[in-house]
Design a protein around this ligand. Structure first.
Ligand code: TRP
Length: 478
């Protein structure tokens, strides 16, 4: 039988609103919160960045998050079909579905390197887990991490890993396989199950490590670093752009993941309230993660640095000298793994749902095929750190001349594709889609509705157009 284009196909749903909200929080809370946020805050003036970031989340991120989830919930179809459906119902061109096409491609590409980074986390779970077992066997469960190693050896772990394509591929493979198997198990048995189990476990570990950090670490120095505003830095436009870009990545915006998750939400889920809750939880986790990480770093006299070194060199070195460091180091990497897995399944679900619907494939075949696909593409990111360290895939693109494969995929998705998808979403929902269809989906009160309409129609498109413009042409900023 040919599926009727005007009636939504029967689809799976979350078992409750709580499950929907937890799964969406699981998608949002990820590696972006754990080290991208603290590193960006440190580099961009601490408290002033945090303040601007919160404004970006509240005024731009949250309205867009609501826009994405409502496209999915209204359509009850996979991402591209949901966007096209709302466009057709609004008598507009189904070309607006481009917002979701971009999202599907970005999510798939992001997943290819996200899985490589999550593989690093797995590799550190393996070494810190082995180390913890060793301490327990030696009757010293409360020892510092890597008790018998020198600090140089601890710091050397990261360059050793980066120089070893086989080890990186192995852990990238394990993470990719775990992601694929969960998505294969479907909405309730897979996506919902990991969110319902891993998100509470994640929060529990995060609170535990933060309390530990407050007691054992230099909390005052950490809090000062994170919150004391340096307004001379923050008024620079580049800081504003970093904050907006971070808000996009952290809230999973522009990758169609929230359209996909919204499509599994039932009619009685209040989307406006959920969007508020998801944005709040994601931001709270970012700030709490900062409060967990910096006091530990400062207490042992280390300097916070950006990028992977913060998580894979500085933190292990800090745990070395801290009481019970072996346990906390292991718990820290397990926490990061939980956060990464609930995000990666959302990234894969986007393209799996699309293949299933578009080509009538079974979930198993679609998941397996795409899982193999992103694993293989991820190998380019693995090799960027060693064998292909000199490859420059985009020598012709301004700003990307010196990017490795890893940086190129990260940069093109994060700086171009996600914001572009967000821009089209804001224009589509703010100006094109029929208000009579859109407004009731929001569940917003008559007082909040006009505020959201203003933000989505005016502030979001303008602000996002600016990130795109200046992100691509920083020379315009002088
Ligand atoms: N938000 C996740 C993080 O902070 C990553 C992520 C999941 C994402 N889904 C996404 C980023 C969709 C962009 C688009 O780690």
């Amino acid at each position: 039988m040919v599926a009727n284009a005007s009636s939504p196909p029967a689809r799976a749903h979350w078992s409750s609103r709580t499950a929907f909200v937890l799964a969406a929080i699981g998608s949002a809370v990820g590696l972006g919160n754990l080290w991208r946020f603290p590193a960006e805050a440190g580099a961009n003036g601490g408290g002033a960045f945090v303040l601007i970031y919160i404004l970006c989340v509240a005024l731009i991120g949250m309205p867009l998050l609501l826009a994405e989830t409502l496209i999915g919930r209204h359509g009850q179809r996979s991402t591209i079909a949901s966007a096209a459906y709302l466009a057709r119902e609004s008598n507009a061109s189904s070309g607006w579905a481009l917002l979701a096409v971009l999202g599907v491609i970005s999510s798939f590409l992001i997943l290819s390197f996200y899985s490589v980074v999550a593989g690093w986390v797995l590799s550190f779970i393996a070494t810190s887990g082995g180390d913890l077992l060793g301490s327990i066997a030696a009757g010293q469960p409360l020892a510092g991490a890597y008790a018998n190693w020198t600090v140089e050896d601890i710091r050397q772990q990261m360059p050793d890993l980066f120089g070893d394509p086989w080890r990186m591929t192995l852990f990238h493979f394990i993470f990719a396989a775990a992601t694929t198997v969960i998505v294969m198990r479907g909405v309730k048995g897979g996506l919902e199950m990991v969110a319902v189990w891993l998100m509470p476990a994640f929060f529990f570990l995060l609170i535990g490590i933060t309390l530990y950090s407050a007691i054992e670490g230099d909390f005052a120095a950490g809090a000062k670093f994170l919150f004391q505003p340096d307004f001379s830095k923050a008024i620079q436009p580049s800081v504003l752009l970093s904050a907006l870009g971070q808000a996009f990545f952290s809230l999973s915006l522009g990758g169609a993941a929230l359209i996909a998750y919204g499509a599994y939400a039932s009619r009685d889920s209040n989307l406006g309230g959920s969007a508020g809750l998801i944005s709040f939880a994601d931001t709270a986790v970012a700030i709490i993660a900062g409060l967990a990480i910096f006091p530990i770093v400062f207490s042992v006299g280390l300097e916070p640095n950006g990028g992977p070194a913060l998580m894979f060199q500085t933190m292990p070195a800090a745990f070395h000298t801290m009481p019970a460091g072996a346990i906390v180091a292991f718990a820290f990497f397990v926490l990061a793994f939980f956060a990464a897995l609930t995000s990666s399944v959302s990234l894969l679900e986007v393209s799996v749902a699309w293949l299933m619907e578009r080509f009538g494939m079974s979930r198993a075949v679609a998941s397996f095929g795409l899982g193999a696909g992103f694993f293989l593409i991820g190998l380019a990111s693995v090799l960027s750190f060693n064998v292909w360290a000199d490859h420059r895939p985009l020598p012709f693109l301004p700003g990307f001349e010196n990017a490795s494969w890893f940086d190129a995929i990260d940069g093109v998705t994060g700086k171009i594709m996600l914001p572009l998808s967000g821009l089209i979403t804001a224009i589509f929902i703010g100006w094109v889609a029929d208000r009579k269809l859109v407004n009731p989906e929001t569940g917003l009160s008559p007082r909040l509705l006009p505020v959201w309409r203003f933000l989505i129609a005016w502030l979001c498109p303008l602000a996002v157009a600016l990130i795109l413009l200046f992100g691509l042409f920083p020379q315009l900023l002088g």
